[in-house]
Design a protein around this ligand. Structure first.
Ligand code: NDP
Length: 288
């Protein structure tokens, strides 16, 4: 039976470390600050934003919330971003997606200063990731990497198969694995013979959004399985992209859903905010 990679426990440990670093920064006169911007009333977005606020409060990070009405214009939102870019108390800016249709998402994300882009979605930060010199790495894939690291998985020379090629999970996690010297295969909806690709993997990272589509008997004996998928089935049940019970029979380690990658995502947002605040503290000490 596979070892269960406990994302909840890992996230709790990491949050403890973040709280310690935050306290040390506050003692130096630098309180890490995160601005969270929400436009409109999307219920899921409201839940995410309030989880982010609570997580900030629990670790000592200052959070500045902007809950804007759905009719906010693109120009007004861009004006707020400029203000936050210049606000010295703010180390990270997060604009909750999706934005209402009348606002150009790419334009807004590109307006965020790359030095405060704790979500890592600005093309500058994407470019830095591609060239192997990251400034901020996107939270979900970064969380996956932290989980692999803390499980003691050394990726050097390993065959990693990423299923999914989105800009927020599949592509960045593939680049991060490449930076750790894995041999990476990225699969997607046009991939031929997905079961054979998955069967060759030492590490499988699933980010598809199709409930339990990756079957247990595709998994190589002893492989590590990271399931990013979060799929609602019926009223209350959440399942991943991997058939967890069957895959556990073959994997050496596997993440559950829920309680796997999910708790790490917000944690990495806090982590990036503290990294940004550390940069501010270093700048401050150089300028004294
Ligand atoms: P997207 O819908 O943006 O991308 C899904 C990817 O899966 C696409 O590249 C698509 O291929 C591929 N795909 C779809 N169907 C198949 C198939 N049958 N066979 C092979 N590949 C397929 O999703 P995201 O990357 O945003 O999210 C993926 C999952 O991760 C979702 O369940 C989401 O809820 C979850 N998620 C979880 C987070 C967390 O914090 N735990 C954060 C973000 C996402 P193609 O490009 O060809 O269309």
């Amino acid at each position: 039976m596979a070892e269960i990679i406990d994302g909840k426990a890992m996230a709790a440990d990491l949050r403890q470390e973040i709280a310690t670093d935050t306290a040390a920064l506050i003692a130096q006169g630098v309180t890490p600050g995160l601005a969270v911007v929400l436009v409109g009333e999307d219920p899921a977005s409201r839940v995410y934003v309030s989880m982010k606020e609570k997580a900030c409060a629990a670790t000592g990070i200052f959070s500045d919330e902007y809950k804007l009405p759905v009719e906010t214009s693109e120009a007004e939102l861009l004006e707020l971003i400029v203000k936050l870019n210049n606000d010295e108390r703010i180390d990270g800016i997060l604009v909750q997606l999706p934005l209402p249709e009348h606002i150009d998402e790419a334009k807004v994300l590109e307006a965020i200063s790359p030095a405060k882009d704790v979500d890592g979605f600005h093309p500058y930060n994407v470019g830095r990731l591609v060239t192997g010199n990251p400034l901020f790495q996107p939270c979900t894939p970064y969380g996956v990497m932290k989980m692999l690291e803390r499980t003691g998985v050394d990726l050097e020379g390993k065959e990693v198969v990423v299923v999914g090629r989105s800009n927020i999970v599949g592509k960045p996690v593939a680049l991060m694995c490449l930076a750790e010297h894995a041999t990476v295969t990225i699969c997607h909806s046009r991939t031929r013979d997905l079961p054979a690709k998955v069967a060759a993997a030492d590490v499988v990272i699933a980010a598809v959004g199709v409930p339990e589509m990756i079957k247990g008997d595709w998994i190589k004996e002893g492989a590590v399985v990271i399931d990013v998928g979060v799929n609602r089935v019926g009223e209350k049940k959440l399942v991943g992209d991997v058939d967890f019970a069957a895959a556990s029979e073959h994997a050496s380690a596997i993440t559950p859903v829920p309680g796997g990658v999910g708790p790490m995502t917000i944690t990495m947002l806090l982590y990036n905010t503290v990294v940004s605040a550390k940069r501010r503290a270093a700048q401050k000490s150089r300028s004294v």
